[in-house]
Design a protein around this ligand. Structure first.
Ligand SMILES: [Zn+2]
Ligand SMILES: [Zn+2]
Length: 251
């Protein structure tokens, strides 16, 4: 039987009762991604600990700035990725087809992402993290660069989990997650809700959402859509509103 494509988590189980369960390959990739982050974090910590006795205030400032840039870059990267898969390609697009299809389905059934296993939601980003970050972390001895990479990869890999929490009723959120949302450290429900309302062309960032205001105010993605159209002739899906592809279907 064909795979059931139901949301940002895509289960291969044909059994309806296991619709939201992750598969073993998805769990394996998620475990690899987590292991990559832990190995990278451990190596970074050891490098910093070794240099700490003689580190200058400027060196500590560099580490702090690297972490901040990594955090901000992860939010921006999540927005660019989300804008791209929301607007371009189809389920048949090589490599990204399943992600494109699942984001389209997410617009029709936004709350389903909250029912999915974490591994089923994050396994693609975990696989990318493993392949891209692990070799770099093992080979590099530059603590500043490693801090940037670990923070960027960590927040980037979990960006879809922050997205899922932004759809979760507050009473069901762990207290720490609710506090992080309240502090604006991770995406607030109220910020992401705007993404699911017409004209469906903004609020794409899903780590903290800190970039959303500036990107939307200066219409950066709208300008990028125009550039893509002029260069390739491809129209973004956000120009076809209102469309059943984007509107929530009441179950
Ligand atoms: Zn979207
Ligand atoms: Zn959403």
């Amino acid at each position: 039987m064909a795979a059931k494509q139901n949301n940002i988590c895509i289960s291969n189980y044909s059994d309806e009762s296991r619709r939201y369960k992750s598969t073993w390959p998805q769990r394996a990739w998620f475990a690899c991604g987590c292991a990559t982050l832990l190995i990278s974090l451990a190596k970074t910590t050891l490098l910093i600990a070794a240099a700490a006795p003689t580190a200058s205030p400027l060196a500590w400032l560099e580490l702090a700035v690297a972490a901040l840039i990594g955090y901000a870059a992860a939010d921006l990267g999540s927005g660019i990725f989300h804008w791209a898969v929301d607007n371009y390609g189809t389920a048949e697009t090589p490599v990204f087809g399943p992600q494109i299809e699942s984001f389209r389905a997410h617009h029709q059934h936004p709350s389903e992402i909250t029912k999915c296993d974490t591994a089923g939601v994050l396994y693609v980003l975990a696989a990318v993290t493993t392949v891209a970050v692990l070799p770099f972390s093992l080979l590099s001895d530059d603590a500043v660069l490693l801090v940037f990479v670990v923070v960027f990869a960590g927040f980037g890999m979990f960006s879809l989990k922050f997205h899922a929490w932004a759809h979760t009723p507050r009473r069901k959120l762990p207290a720490l997650v609710a506090a992080l949302q309240d502090a604006g450290i991770i995406l607030r429900w109220s910020d992401h809700a705007k993404h699911h309302r017409p004209p469906f062309d903004g609020n794409y960032c899903t780590v903290s959402g800190v970039w959303n205001r500036v990107l939307d105010e200066y219409k950066v993605f709208a300008a990028a859509d125009v550039v893509v159209f002029r260069v390739t002739g491809v129209r973004p899906r956000s120009w076809s509103e209102p469309s059943s592809d984007w509107s929530q279907i009441l179950d």
